[in-house]
Design a protein around this ligand. Sequence first.
Ligand code: ARG
Length: 272
Amino acid sequence: MVGERKPICRTYLMCPPRFFRVEYVINPWMDTTVPVDADLAVKQWERLREILIELGHTVHVLDPDPGLPDMVFAANGAFTVDGVAYGARFRHPQRSAEAAAHRAFYAGQGWPHTEPVEINEGEGDFAYLPGKGMVLAGYGFRTAPPAHAEAAETLSRPVVSLRLTDPRFYHLDTALAAIDDHTVAYYPGAFSAPSQRVLRQLFPDAVLADEADALDFGLNLVSDGRHVLLNSDATALATKLAAAGFTPIPVELSELKKGGGSVKCCIAELRP
Ligand code: ARG
């Protein structure tokens, strides 16, 4: 039996999907011909925010911009470790203006913020394991490999590079997530064979997801060390997490999935 897992109170940043639309295609999930229920998108997002607050977390909210339909995916705006924010530089011009909104937020909170030279999409491609003092970083589709070195210099943390090879899992956070301070859950098939070996070495105790879990966006999750918020379609992964001693909390996010995102994409963690 696994002992009781302790949740840790977190601080998050989210942005309401008031202007969410699928009006361009920058990942294989997006299809401009599929209708989005805008009201439902907002309701589902509100529920996600409520759950975080009910669990005792602090949630800051960023003002959405009507011209930036993907701004709901707040995880992409920066990556923070120990009170330092490493800003994003988006790969696609359609999203590039989002970086300034995040920069302004951190400035307003008095956080040191570093402007990146290299293309990187914030927590979309960076994950932090506080127990190991280590950053995991994805590349292959969005974040440029030199951004990994830039992040290491900015944040004074070792960065382990992992190559993503399946375009459906275009950001690290679609295929891997920290579930506590030391451990991750991931889908091996999203990574190159050498990167899979790196993951096996680093995380012999990882929760392994299968392709169906990953396609259900199950790995695009947010964990406080005990409660794991994940897409309600990913029922098999929820069962695996429960067996590992976590408390899965299913969240319905059918509309945002049409933009290629789920729980984690909507939530940036602020690590003071
Ligand atoms: N439509 C957005 C894009 O392709 C979705 C971003 C999802 N965010 C994430 N952290 N995976 O950029």
